[in-house]
Write a protein that binds this ligand. Structure first.
Ligand SMILES: [Zn+2]
Length: 166
């Protein structure tokens, strides 16, 4: 699928995956990861690293090996940036993207697959970015709901604390 990335297709795929996800309330990345582990039947490990070891990598990568998936993120990044990296790599996983086998292989039956920017076509990167964005939006909406919608705020003004109706 070479050529111009297709944003409409990326949005359709992102929304289809998002509909299958369980966004925890209150928001917890750990709980979110657990629900995705249950959904996929595979363990997900977050691996902090200083990304200088992976000089070619922007901010994170996904390593698929055996029965588990590793998300390597930059330990020196801000918490928001880290969560964004995790969302991006989760998006690749959930969208069913496949990387190229790690060159050299290892002593397993199956060499680990290492996925990062250079291993994806532009369309797949766009899809991952789009789904990561949809995850942020969904999490944000849950946070708003939890901390009070405009409607609830309006309700609170009708009966301020300490004021009782006879
Ligand atoms: Zn990517």
């Amino acid at each position: 699928m070479r050529g111009q990335p297709n944003l409409a297709l990326a949005r359709r795929r992102a929304k289809a995956v998002l509909a299958t996800l369980d966004i925890p309330v209150p928001w917890s990345l750990t709980a979110f990861l657990s629900s995705i582990e249950r959904q996929r039947g595979r363990r997900i490990l977050l691996v902090p690293s200083t990304m200088s070891r992976y000089a070619a990598v922007a901010s994170g990568l996904w390593i698929s090996r055996g029965e588990e998936d590793l998300i390597v993120y930059d330990a020196t990044a801000s918490p928001l940036h880290r969560q964004n990296t995790v969302f991006h790599e989760l998006a690749h996983m959930l969208l069913g993207h496949r990387g190229r086998p790690l060159s050299g292989g290892t002593q397993g039956n199956q060499p680990p697959l290492m996925m990062h920017r250079q291993h994806y076509e532009d369309q797949l990167e766009l899809e991952a970015e789009t789904l990561a964005y949809e995850m942020w939006r969904a999490v944000g909406q849950r946070l708003l709901t939890r901390h009070g919608t405009a409607g609830r705020l309006a309700g609170a003004f009708e009966a301020p604390p300490g004021v009782r109706h006879a």
